[in-house]
Design a protein around this ligand. Structure first.
Ligand code: SAH
Ligand code: SF4
Ligand code: F3S
Length: 443
């Protein structure tokens, strides 16, 4: 009788879309092997945390969850398996086991797909699998999903590469995700076809720097065009772009291809050339601006979003004000803004610095205030305009109101229409706007 009861797993994901993508592939694999997903860690036989190392805070959050599950595991007297996978697993390795002996498996991003096999084989021994322990910089040369992909709803992530070798001086990602490895075009296209056959109408191409993609003579804009020619793909988005690698060809193909949304996430990080050099970003503020002028010439409705860091080591008040100025003059529709967080082993760690946390926090708050007001102004310019919205859910505030995304990626709450279905495209007139959310009514 017990054979009919499916073993349950709990999987919680931290960090970026790449982690979400990895988690969904892993969940597919576990499901195909007879596991059932649960949202309650107490009833799970297997607890998995897919982790992020990008900032110290991200790691602290993960640690709190591991501690909680360790206590749960002690109460249940060892019946539960606990796996910590992903970027923090790679970075922390064995030290994590020393802190939390209840952990059964520590698997870096290139090893996490081995988890189901390890469980099946009844693996005993020290379950640490990381590239740094192996002395092997890139284990997964390609990472073709071996299992059938389950439907991921109307919008699906597709990774086009793994890893990054840009080595921005503050960033841990190249150390935990390994060097850049591009997937083969054919594999990407066949994954997109499979997802479309399961109901996806939007695909989001993922990579740490999608613009450095290449497979033979095919570059990223070529790939975009190839994805757009797949029947059933109605919308294409991609993230993240790197300012040093965007090109006129990219903007032209975005503008020419109706399926590609006028949406670009292009992290600026700082408005000061001195800081950008210290960050090893490979562009100046002048180049960034020029490139965005060109992008907007091709796509006047471009929705431009960015990432900004406040308080990079040695950042002066003048440097910081240049970031504020850049925010004002470029005009971002949205921004993710972070206080600099020191990551062990990165080049920025070695830069001598006397900035205090107070300064960093206060600069971050000033930056957020400015950007929020800018975003609101930019969104208010959309009032009266018509937007194409892909319905993807219901409003969090009022469940009678459908919600969706416009082509720029902005959330639009739709008033006075409760007969819209998820996956439906509707034309709406924008009647209200906040810092990120728009209000619309069907026309
Ligand atoms: N590959 C992407 C994503 C990198 S991580 C890219 O290049 O944009 C996402 C963002 O986190 C970065 O753009 C940066 O703004 C921020 N970030 C990365 N490391 C950080 C650190 N040490 N402290 C604060 N913010 C950081
Ligand atoms: Fe990190 Fe820079 Fe690579 Fe982005 S491009 S993942 S910020 S090293
Ligand atoms: Fe975090 Fe790893 Fe993504 S460090 S931001 S989960 S690549």
């Amino acid at each position: 009788m017990t054979e009919n009861i499916r073993r349950k797993f709990f999987l919680r994901t931290f960090g970026c879309q790449m982690n979400e993508y990895d988690s969904s592939l892993l969940a597919d694999k576990l499901s195909s092997l007879g596991w059932e997903k649960t949202s309650k860690s107490e009833e799970a036989e297997l607890i998995i945390y897919n982790t992020c190392s990008v900032r110290e805070k991200a790691e602290q959050r993960v640690r709190a969850h591991i501690a909680e599950s360790s206590a749960l595991k002690r109460r249940k007297k060892g019946k539960t398996k606990l796996a910590v996978i992903g970027c923090m697993a790679e970075r922390t390795g064995k030290a994590l086991l020393n802190d939390y002996p209840e952990i059964d498996f520590v698997l870096g991003p290139d090893y996490l797909f081995q988890l189901p096999d390890l469980l099946n084989n009844g693996f005993k021994g020290e379950g640490i699998f990381t590239a740094s322990k192996d002395g092997n910089v890139s284990v997964l040369s390609s990472f073709e999903p071996k299992t059938e992909l389950s439907g991921k709803g109307i919008s699906a992530f597709v990774a086009i590469s793994r890893g990054c070798e840009n080595y921005c001086s503050y960033c841990i990602v190249p150390y935990v995700r390994g060097p850049l490895r591009n997937r083969r075009v054919d594999d990407i296209l066949s994954e997109v076809r499979q997802l479309v056959s399961k109901g996806a109408v939007e695909v989001v191409l993922l990579g740490q720097n999608v613009n450095s993609y290449e497979d033979g003579r095919i570059d990223f804009p070529d790939l975009l065009r190839m994805v757009s020619s797949i029947e059933g793909v109605k919308r294409i988005r991609f993230t993240t772009s790197h300012p040093k690698d965007v090109s006129e060809k990219l903007f032209r193909i975005m503008a020419e291809t109706p399926q590609i949304c006028e949406s670009l996430h292009l992290p600026l990080q700082s408005g000061s050339d001195r800081v950008l050099t210290l960050m090893n970003r490979g562009y100046t503020i002048g180049q960034y601006k020029k490139s965005m002028e060109l992008a907007r010439r091709y796509m006047p409705d471009l929705c431009l979003t960015t990432d900004l860091i406040a308080g990079f080591p040695t950042e002066t008040e003048d440097d910081f004000e240049m970031t504020l100025k850049a925010v004002e003059s470029i005009g971002f529709d949205a921004a993710f803004m972070f206080r600099y967080s020191n990551r062990p082993g990165t080049a920025a760690e070695r830069i001598k610095d006397n900035l205090t946390d107070e300064i960093r926090i206060s600069r971050l708050n000033r930056l957020i205030d400015l950007q929020q007001s800018q975003a609101k102004l930019r969104n208010q310019r959309l009032i009266g305009k018509i937007a194409e919205v892909l319905i993807d859910g219901i409003s969090k505030k009022d469940i009678s109101e459908p919600r969706g995304k416009d082509r720029g990626g902005r959330t639009v709450i739709i008033k006075g229409a409760n007969n819209l279905k998820i996956g439906e495209f509707v034309k709406v007139k924008i009647i209200g706007a906040g810092s990120w959310t728009l209000i619309g009514e069907v026309v």
